[in-house]
Write a protein that binds this ligand. Sequence first.
Ligand code: HDE
Length: 710
Amino acid sequence: MKNQKKDEQNVNKKTEDLQQNVSSAEGQFLTTNQGVKINDNNNSLKSGERGPSLLEDFILREKITHFDHERIPERIVHARGSGAHGVFQLYESQAEVTKAGFLNDTSRTTPVFVRFSTVAGSKGSTDLARDVRGFAVKFYTDEGIFDLVGNNIPVFSIQDAMKFPDFIHSVKPEPHHEMPQAASAHDTFWDFVSLVPETMHMTSWVMSDRGIPKSLRMMEGFGIHTFRLINEEGKSHFVKFHWKPLLGVHSVCWDEATKISGKDPDFHRRDLWENIEKGNYPEWELGLQIVPEEDEFKFDFDLLDPTKLIPEELVPVKIVGKMTLNRNPDNFFAETEQVAFHPGHIVPGIDFSNDPLLQGRLFSYTDTQLSRLGSPNFHEIPINRSVAPVHNNQRDAHMRMTVNKGNTAYHPNSLGGGCPFQAMMKEGGFTSFPERVDAHKIRNRSESFSDHFSQTKLFMNSLSEHEKRHMIDAYAFELSKVNYDHVKERVCFNLNMIDKDVAKKVADKLGIDIPKKVDMPLNQNIGADENPNNHQPKDANSVTAKSDKLSMTAHNKGDIKTRMIGIICDNGVDETSLNNYKTALEKEGADYKIVAPKGGKIKGNNGTEMKVDENFLTATSVVFDAMFVPSGISDVVVSHEVSRHLLNETFKHCKAIAVEGNGKELLSNTNIPTDKEDPALLIDKKPADFVKAIAAGRNWNRELNPIVPA
Ligand code: HDE
């Protein structure tokens, strides 16, 4: 159940607005949809006790008919998602660059609804798929709705909307047998990637650990496209939007991801829900990278190209405010499923750039809601309803909720007193930025979009050693699932143009040679732009040769807030040992779960009863951030295959382990080497050392000598 007390504390304009549609059946009679009280909800109306059911049974018909129509089409992409309510608070007015109210007025609290998602999988697919994560934020501003519909990766795979259906068709389950679900490791995806070199940048991000986040609360968010900010004087600045998580950026290992997918496919959704319920409200700071109009051509990439990022060394991210998610939805379908985002939902002070991917999106999102939600009235669904007043002459259509009064539904009118009025600019009327466009109508791509590899190289250069190793392993894993050598060869050929060492390592794992030249399939009229032979990485210049913030290690906050620690113990556990660690973890904002051979309760050596959170049937190390074995564990725990496996696996995934007293006996029954220097393996050390070891991040060096068979 939801924590009602917390909900009462965290109200905002939008959650209040939603209350008019919230319904609770507490203390109420069961009724039909027409309000008629129902006397028997178990039996249909029949002709005689053993006779046929009667068509007349309006109660049965209504119930079954409604049930038959319960489903709506899932999103064509981003079908699997989790949402939460929250607020955005501005730190400092940005009036110099934008007139958007929520970025001007620090006294305002702007309600938001956020939906995180995976891209490729169906609604019921695992949370831990290797994939991009959607990061869509709906701001309910006083001037109307602004949707920042971004991802957790700062670049996109393709440059032009024209290619989107092809790209998505290639990554989705293959059409002949509908496999694989929520996975890019298959023939068609890599065939497409190998033929479209502009995909290499984003693909490299997805193959890195960014593609398998530890938590939705621990990912960055990016608006990706360049947008415009417009100030009161009508001056435009280019802008890229960033979300920076206050918990830092963390991921799991691939082996963990595959195991979590089996043990708890709802892991991310559960983690978000439970932390909000506990009051561990996830927070992100909003950052702006602002580029004056006159600097548009200052970079060696095009600001309109969505496969490029602006390195923070070139344009720093200015932190302007904070978003806090503090309330779970009341109903998944009504809120998380029916929420409709659209990059075209903007407010005065924000405008579009000519990024050809963004331009295509401006069409797609309304169109998709029409088939998904079934009507142009989707803006009336409570979660989509603006808190700013809505008045216009749009009328009727399926499921219209608004009862518009009066006899005029046109403009201009005199019969309705001219209402609703157009707003002057000074009255808040939206005006598009008057960009001058004077050009031929052509179907072409700008030459300034043609360097696909320099920033891919920049990304690879910026990864730490273990991140690069993981990316190489991911490329090799995914390509190993490909059945065609020529596809693997083409990808390695492209990789070789970006980073020879990476390409060599991937090819070596695949057991193939990197070709000197690749041929494009015949009869496809592939343009010069798409032929990888025509793309050599330009030399990265000195500033962009490496960009520290692209590595996740730059985003470790060095704390253990909201981390979950497993404590393996049993009846008779030494309570002093246990409590010292519990207190130290709780003091730093971490949480713990008791893992014991059986469910129910255990009794410590002083007789204190403790609830068992996970027993040896349900426990898995992969959902924990670290593991502690206190003194006083029973003989069962010392020798049990599950406790041994839990420690082995925690070690394999490079996470911190602490043991005290006879916890050492369990350790000696595992495959974990105790004679090697390992800052994350703590034997009879202080709880504070354990806290420090978790905060420092994983000991990735263990991967260099993988000796634990877990
Ligand atoms: Fe989307 N995208 N997209 N996309 N997208 C959708 O809209 C589309 C793109 C993103 O939680 C759909 O309501 C096209 C970039 C997120 O409800 C659809 C193109 C980025 C979500 C659609 C793109 C995104 C969507 C499916 C290329 C990051 C989930 C359901 C021209 C900046 C929003 C829906 C949610 C959802 C189309 C490219 C992010 C079909 C045509 C780039 C986070 O309209």
